[in-house]
Design a protein around this ligand. Structure first.
Ligand code: C5P
Length: 225
């Protein structure tokens, strides 16, 4: 049994991909499995935190002991997160689609015999940045983002830390052959404002447990995060 050192803390974790509708039967998506985000939600709950998991469409079961909110598109994920504030901890593990189709077709698009349709895209809201930069009254004390990079992993993560305004970035190498997407293991670096920890490759469950432990330490042991 783990120490209940996150008892009384509230957390939101985003997980999974988002589905951006094209028409009533089609969507744009990505290959995120939700494994890492779901594991983090479960790991925070296991230490006593009150967790809301906001997840896009995944094939995973809802983690026990976690309030799970199911959403489809990035804009729904954005609203669900803001609705659940205030929290102490926000972890953005979802692979949010950067773009949506600007105007969802109300009816199924048909082959017309002419040219194929051209999809006009619009940028989705950046949930991590919005949460990180929201007013001080609502901003979670600790905001953790992810960075999936294929090169210069740590340098890009450090840049992302300041561009998003979050406190920590878990950076992982998703270059070909690493099998991070959909796989069961992850090799990450925990990047904070003034330090970088290189974690050995471990299962996504172990990454989640270690992150939850670090989060509990940040709240309980010191004030420097
Ligand atoms: O900018 P990029 O997509 O590389 O940043 C990844 C981080 O930002 C992840 O933590 C992801 O969950 C979060 N993100 C988000 N909303 C978006 C795009 C990314 O919360 N629209």
């Amino acid at each position: 049994p783990l120490k209940q050192d996150l008892k009384g803390r509230r957390a939101i974790v985003t997980s999974g991909p988002t589905h951006e509708p094209i028409d009533p039967v089609r969507y744009i998506a990505n290959r995120s499995s939700g494994k890492q985000g779901h594991a983090i939600a479960a790991a925070l709950a296991a230490r006593g935190a009150e967790v809301t998991l906001v997840t896009g469409p995944v094939t995973l079961p809802d983690p026990p002991g976690v309030r799970t909110v199911h959403v489809e598109a990035a804009r729904d994920m954005f609203s669900a997160c803001f609705l659940d504030l205030p929290v102490d901890i926000f972890v953005a593990a979802a692979a949010v689609a950067d773009w949506r189709v600007a105007v969802e077709a109300p009816q199924k698009l048909k082959k017309s015999g002419d040219l194929p349709p051209v999809l006009k895209l619009a940028e989705n809201p950046d949930i991590l940045r919005a949460i990180s930069t929201t007013d001080a009254k609502r901003r979670p004390a600790l905001v953790v983002g992810f960075a999936a990079e294929t090169e210069n992993v740590v340098a890009h993560a450090q840049k992302k830390l300041s561009s998003k305004g979050c406190d920590w970035i878990l950076a992982n190498d998703v270059s070909e052959g690493t099998q991070t997407f959909g796989g069961d293991s992850n090799a990450v670096h925990l990047v904070t404002a003034n330090a970088v920890e290189d974690w050995p490759r471990m299962s996504k469950t172990e990454v989640a447990a270690r992150l939850a432990e670090r989060i509990a330490a940040a709240f309980n042991e010191d004030t420097t995060k």
